[in-house]
Design a protein around this ligand. Structure first.
Ligand code: CAA
Ligand code: NAD
Length: 284
């Protein structure tokens, strides 16, 4: 089956980026949110990102219009019935994802492939909620999606080889680089990145340095594009907290445990860039 129509679930930070790159690459793309308000907000995010690309001379006006023409929004799952591939990018919560995939399975055509952009859940526990675990993969994109080249392609014991091959060629058609991963919580990147980010919070709590000094040191000393606190705010402290809990539950190792400060910040509504304040303040 040739992939022509792509569905994206969730139009937040990641879903908007995934829908944007799919539409830009020529796929008819439909993105689903839970309410009209959130859909409008997400679609606005995609439009402004495409317009910025035009202003920067990375995209022509014509290609921008064509991408927007291929893009539509939905609040009903039924509207995704004819998709060949559905990529889920909703909140990092196992029950929300399992429930969504169970419902999706009932409305989307049998031949379609399902993919999850989860950061830390194992794909197997999502795949088994559907009647098509052989056509279920992890497609883990990175933030910001229009810029980051990597997509982790996660196969489970139940994924068919043909599904992995299709998923890899889909990733390549987006101009991105697929890397095969086993179905371990955190795959490759988050298995290594999350303990580093959590350790930076612990180090800060211990008085190891100011936010600015720790960030500056990791940027200038290691050549990282962002220090750990800038990156935490960028990813979202809520998402990081959910990821840490899931990975700690899976591995029972202290390095994955969410530090108390992270929990407090999420409880206080300091979620990073998305809420205007995390470790740093942002103009919104
Ligand atoms: N959308 C589209 N393009 C964007 C963008 C966005 N949201 N943000 C930045 N860019 C583009 C800019 O337009 C610019 O392009 P040009 O060079 O062609 O002009 C380029 O990216 C560089 O941007 P800036 O000069 O504004 O800023 P920068 O040099 O600091 O780069 C960055 C921004 C690419 C985000 C860089 O800081 C970076 O790579 N940061 C680290 C990101 C990272 O580690 N991501 C992974 C997070 S973990 C994850 O995603 C997995 C998970 O499960 C949690
Ligand atoms: P986000 O909070 O920005 O967006 C999630 C969106 O999903 C929200 O707008 C919410 O309204 C919507 N949503 C919730 N339930 C839904 C449903 N049933 N159907 C449709 N939409 C629904 O979160 P995010 O940062 O975009 O993360 C989304 C997923 O991507 C998570 O699994 C996360 O772990 C993963 N991820 C995040 C990053 C990152 O840097 N933030 C990177 C890679 C992967």
């Amino acid at each position: 089956m040739k992939i022509k129509n792509v569905g994206v679930l969730g139009c937040g930070l990641m879903g908007a980026g995934i829908a944007e790159v799919c539409a830009k690459a020529g796929y008819k793309t439909i993105v689903r949110e839970v309410s009209e308000d959130l859909l409008e907000k997400g679609m606005g995010r995609i439009r402004s990102s495409l317009e910025k690309a035009v202003t920067k001379g990375k995209l022509t006006d014509k290609d921008c219009e064509a991408a927007l023409g291929r893009l539509s929004g939905a609040v009903e799952l039924d509207d995704l019935a004819e998709c060949d591939l559905v990529i889920e990018a909703i909140v990092e919560d196992v029950e929300a994802k399992r429930k969504t995939f169970g419902n999706l399975d009932r409305v989307v055509k049998d031949k379609a492939i399902f993919a999850s952009n989860t950061s830390s859940l194992t794909i197997t526990q999502l795949a088994v909620t559907t009647s098509r675990p052989d056509r279920f993969v992890g497609l883990h994109f990175f933030n910001p999606v229009p810029v980051m080249k990597l997509v982790e392609v996660v196969n489970t014991l139940l994924t068919a080889d043909s599904t992995v091959a299709q998923a890899r060629s889909f990733v390549e058609s987006l101009g991105k680089h697929p890397v095969d991963c086993k179905d371990n919580s955190g795959f490759i990147v988050n298995r290594l990145l999350i303990p580093y980010l959590l350790d930076a919070i612990r180090f800060y709590e211990e008085g190891g340095g100011t936010l600015e000094d720790i960030d500056g040191a990791m940027k200038l000393g290691c050549g990282y594009p962002m220090g750990p606190f800038t990156l935490l705010d960028f990813v979202g402290l809520d998402t990081t907290y959910y990821i840490a809990n899931i990975m700690f539950e899976e591995y029972r190792e202290k390095r994955f445990a969410p530090p108390p400060l992270l929990k407090q910040m999420v409880t206080a509504g300091r979620l990073g860039r998305k809420s205007g304040r995390g470790f740093y303040r942002y103009d919104r």
